[in-house]
Design a protein around this ligand. Structure first.
Ligand SMILES: [Zn+2]
Length: 169
């Protein structure tokens, strides 16, 4: 076998199934809070994702999915929240490996803004959350259909229904 090209391995996008599974591992809704990773970890703070027969950095996959830009080999992902296992896409940004510490801090300030559109997992409004609970009470309505309709994962629908997410509504 020939040499593996690290570059390719990092950049290849996920299959639909892997993408769905990936999003199911992420827990969090509030755009400002840290989101957690319910999947495998290396050590205690490095989320890993096994998908399409490969193991990758879950944060790297997150970056790719939300920003639609592959990470270059000279770049690393940083967290604005300093929580290495955080999976909130608003808390990650990329920097050039060669930047010095203080420059990275400046980038962090610059990136302390929301990413806006293009999220695979949409934010829900309080109204939608009430609507989901109302509709899910009907046994004929499937959670996976609601998930598709509202653009969130089935896990999230289940949590909303069982009041493990959006508990204040
Ligand atoms: Zn965070």
């Amino acid at each position: 076998m020939g040499r593996t090209r690290r570059n390719n391995r990092r950049l290849r996008p996920l299959s639909r199934q892997a993408r769905r599974r990936f999003l199911d591992y992420i827990e969090g809704q509030d755009p400002d809070e840290c989101w957690t990773w319910d999947g495998p970890m290396m050590r205690s703070d490095y989320p890993l994702f096994y998908g399409d027969g490969r193991q990758r950095s879950a944060v790297g996959v997150l970056y790719y999915l939300y920003y639609h830009k592959p990470l270059q080999l000279h770049e690393v992902i940083q967290h604005t929240c300093d929580n290495r296992s955080c999976m909130n896409p608003n808390h990650i940004y990329r920097v050039d490996r060669s930047l010095a510490g203080h420059e990275i801090q400046m980038e962090k300030v610059r990136h302390g803004v929301n990413v806006g559109e293009g999220h695979p997992q949409h934010r829900l409004t309080a109204e939608q959350v009430r609507e989901i609970r109302r509709r899910a009470a009907d046994p004929a309505v499937l959670q996976k259909d609601l998930a598709q309709e509202y653009g969130v994962t089935s896990t999230m629908i289940s949590k909303i229904v069982h009041r493990k997410a959006w508990t204040h509504i």
